[in-house]
Design a binder for this molecule. Structure first.
Ligand SMILES: C[S@@+](CC[C@H](N)C(=O)[O-])C[C@H]1O[C@@H](n2cnc3c(N)ncnc32)[C@H](O)[C@@H]1O
Length: 250
């Protein structure tokens, strides 16, 4: 994943590079007391050396209802609410399932799957993920040749659900970004074909213009139903949407 630039995956969920560095050395700012936060938009004070992209990201984080909700409800990311909404709509998470989560950091989707009663969750991300009881989590690039086998080796059998929230850091170079996005979705789909049980579900983040017609045709042939859905928790300015493929045919 290249993050040479301050650009991110386009979902608006990821802090810019400068902010990630700043976070490692401690909290940056406080949002004021709760009553004030309810009444007034929290304003980000300018800090020496903070870039405009970081200030904008902080401003959005501090005023985002899903960020606040996630903090109150103990989810590690606002992304958790995207999976909650997807499941409310398509009802694919159930008790006792074996779930694989590609692109798991910081772990919001893993938490949701466990809360829904998954008996086994295996996750992988380029970034380290703090341990979550009940989940096996790998810090590794999923595009590494040995990554799919590593994930499979941690699974006790075929998966009921394969989730992919994989999103590459963008470079700003349109063609490169497009190829990366398409490449990750294709890898996730290939992995799903390999590990899913018949009847299983594949959920993947895709970007407008990021899923090739060819892949969609392939998915339609391998699953009973393929639908696109953009949860409310997905920022309207983000090009992301989610593909939900249910009823894997094997
Ligand atoms: C939107 S975040 C996932 C958020 C997560 N679903 C949650 O609820 O906390 C996308 C993740 O994809 C990961 N990612 C991107 N490219 C990857 C790759 N090649 N291998 C593994 N993880 C990757 C990023 O590191 C990032 O953590």
């Amino acid at each position: 994943m290249s993050d040479d630039k301050d650009n991110n995956d386009g979902t608006g969920d990821e802090p810019p590079k400068e902010e990630r560095r700043r976070r490692r050395s401690g909290p940056v700012t406080k949002g004021g007391d709760k009553r004030a936060a309810k009444q007034f938009r929290t304003r980000v004070k300018t800090a020496r050396g903070r870039k405009l992209s970081s200030t904008r990201w902080l401003d959005r984080q501090l005023n985002d209802p899903y960020v606040k909700k996630a903090q109150m409800e103990g989810y590690r990311s606002r992304a958790a609410y995207k999976l909650i909404e997807l499941d409310e709509r398509f009802k694919f998470l159930r008790k006792g399932q074996r779930v694989v989560d590609l692109g798991s950091a910081p772990g919001g989707w893993v938490q949701v799957a466990l809360k829904k009663g998954a008996s086994e969750v295996v996750g992988i991300d380029l970034l380290a993920i703090d341990p979550i009881e009940g989940a096996t989590l790998f810090e590794k690039d999923f595009t590494d040749a040995d990554a799919p086998d590593l994930v499979k080796s941690a699974m006790g059998g075929a998966a009921d659900v394969v989730l992919s929230d994989l999103a590459p850091w963008t470079t700003g170079h349109k063609n490169t970004d497009h190829l990366r996005i398409v490449g990750l979705v294709e890898m996730a789909a290939d992995f799903a074909y390999d590990v899913l049980k018949p009847g299983g579900t594949f959920v993947a983040k895709v970007f407008q213009g990021g899923t090739s017609g060819e892949l969609l045709d392939q998915l339609k042939g391998r699953f009973e139903k393929c639908r696109h859905f953009k949860p409310d928790a997905s920022r309207s300015e983000s090009a992301e949407t989610f593909l939900v493929a249910t009823g894997f045919k094997g």
